[in-house]
Ligand binder design. Structure first.
Ligand code: HEM
Length: 152
């Protein structure tokens, strides 16, 4: 049976059969803004704690870093800063390369940036998650105080 639309009802064209694809450019654009907001907190928090609190920049040595990374809070903070900043910087460089590089140079530069991001993310994450704050045989004055408690 054929149904006839009521008079003056709007015409709706049949939807074209098209595949819905992920709009990566949109998600990349959004990622730059959202990671930027989180990075402001992470980077300025990092600078404030490392360079301003206590005796400031003079406090930074192996023991200072080892002491910080003994805490899961700072491990998560630094891993987040590493991942968000490197992906942000890599995606930003992708935009710059797409704007200025032409021909065969473009895929070469994009590949180099992607490789640098992957290598630095993997290396940085490994350092952060496998770091030994009390290396065997290290002089006691160069390692955090809690190392002497562990070795006793
Ligand atoms: C304080 C934290 C940061 C904020 C708020 C921030 C914010 C932003 C925003 C909103 C954009 C997009 C600009 C546009 O599309 O026109 C951008 C682009 C970019 N960001 Fe960041 N960013 C921060 C940290 C960083 C860091 C740590 C790096 C390096 C690792 C970096 C590297 C880049 C690059 C290379 C671009 C592309 C520049 C361009 O399109 O001309 N940013 N940033």
């Amino acid at each position: 049976m054929t149904t006839i639309d009521a008079p003056r009802s709007p015409y709706t064209a049949p939807a074209p059969a098209k595949r819905r694809r992920v709009n990566w450019e949109k998600w990349g654009w959004l990622y730059m803004r959202l990671s930027g907001v989180v990075l402001v907190v992470l980077i300025f928090g990092h600078l404030f704690v490392n360079l301003f609190l206590g005796t400031g920049v003079r406090a930074i040595d192996f023991a200072f870093v080892a002491g910080k990374w003994a805490s899961p809070f700072w491990q998560v903070w630094d891993v987040l800063m590493l991942w968000l900043a490197l992906i942000h910087g890599g995606n930003g460089m992708r935009t710059v390369i797409n704007d200025y590089a032409h021909g065969r140079l473009r895929p070469v530069l994009l590949g180099l940036v992607a490789a640098a991001v992957v290598v630095l993310v993997v290396l940085g994450t490994l350092v952060l998650t496998t770091f030994d704050p009390c290396p065997a045989g290290a002089p006691a004055n160069l390692v955090p105080d809690f190392c002497s408690a562990i070795s006793k």
